[in-house]
Design a protein around this ligand. Structure first.
Ligand SMILES: O[C@H]1[C@H](O)[C@@H](O)[C@H](O)[C@@H](O)[C@H]1O
Ligand SMILES: [Fe+2]
Ligand SMILES: [Fe+2]
Length: 300
């Protein structure tokens, strides 16, 4: 007998298989964390990297040692050279669900739940539909993990510029000492290969889920510039939250920074909201996706 298919043609049997795998991983993770992690938390309890578990610290050490200019150029080139998959946005959300983000000290929920929490928090606040959709998709770039990434260090975590000195306001700044660019005669200087006022668009941010998804969404959706900025810079905490690298901004970036800052609380603090029901919310979001992704099947 044929397996039962849902609206997007996915076999429901495969889905429940997936959900089982995620639940096993979630249970494993819970043992590493403090209790009540997903209940209402004080805002000051988020992003406490000094208190984070070794998994998070090891992740950032590896990332900060390996994100170099040379790697960045190679990753951007690989990205442009092929299409990795073709699937709808919803299929992408389901595929991503098996990934557990090693860099995140604040949630043990699955990726689909995090995406729905962000979107729902934006929707609850009466924000525009394009922003709700941005919340829904903002981490889909983590799909890179399944398409030839070298690990999680080139997919998740906060981002920072390469090609100029690493700012002290990046988390775990000392771990950059092991990065080959750290003492480079140009990349190791304050402005490096950039000039003040050059615009964030001309800065090479460390390669990962933000930059990858930004290019996909820019080419294949009708989402506005603010949405693209929210996606591209949402992990750039040194800039949007710590105020580093401001000297590279141009006039256009001021409005983009404002958009990114407006988005950030929905990404970060929604992690303590209740677990959303994927099944109940799916019809609403399928319609929303169709509104801004006219061709439905996306080239990833
Ligand atoms: O651990 C998190 C996670 O990987 C997020 O998706 C990313 O946007 C954040 O910047 C990072 O701190
Ligand atoms: Fe993210
Ligand atoms: Fe996120």
């Amino acid at each position: 007998m044929d397996p039962v298919q849902d609206r997007d043609g996915l076999a429901l049997e495969d889905l429940s298989d997936n959900i089982d795998k995620v639940n096993v991983l979630k249970d494993q993770m819970k043992t590493e964390k403090t209790p009540n992690l997903d209940t209402e938390k004080d805002k000051s309890k988020f992003r406490q990297y000094e208190d984070a578990c070794d998994r998070v610290k090891d992740f950032y050490r590896e990332q900060h040692e390996k994100q170099t200019v040379a790697y960045n150029l190679k990753a951007r080139n690989d990205f442009k050279s092929k299409t990795r998959a073709e699937m709808t946005i919803w299929e992408a959300m389901e595929k991503l669900n098996t990934l557990i983000d090693e860099s995140d000290p604040d949630t043990s929920l699955s990726q689909i739940e995090h995406l729905l929490q962000s979107a729902e928090a934006i929707r609850r606040d009466g924000k525009p539909r394009w922003m709700q959709l941005t919340g829904l998709i903002h981490d889909l770039g983590k799909l890179l993990f399944f398409y030839g990434a070298e690990g999680q260090w080139d997919v998740v975590g906060d981002t920072f510029p390469v090609g100029c000195a690493f700012d002290k306001r990046i988390i775990y700044p000392d771990t950059f000492k092991g990065n080959p660019d750290h003492d480079h005669k140009i990349y190791g200087t304050k402005n490096g290969i950039y000039t003040p006022g050059c615009g964030m668009d001309n800065i090479m941010l460390s390669w990962g889920h933000d930059e990858y998804l930004y290019h996909i969404v820019k080419d294949q959706s009708t989402l506005p510039a603010e949405a693209l900025a929210m996606i591209r810079y949402h992990s750039f905490y040194p800039w949007h939250s710590a105020g580093a690298y401001m000297e590279f901004m141009d006039e256009h970036d001021a409005a983009m920074l404002e958009a990114v800052r407006a988005f950030n609380p929905y990404d970060l603090y929604s992690k303590s909201d209740e677990v959303p029901s994927v099944k109940k919310l799916k019809p609403y979001y399928l319609e929303l996706i169709d509104e801004f992704f006219p061709q439905k099947v996306i080239k990833w």
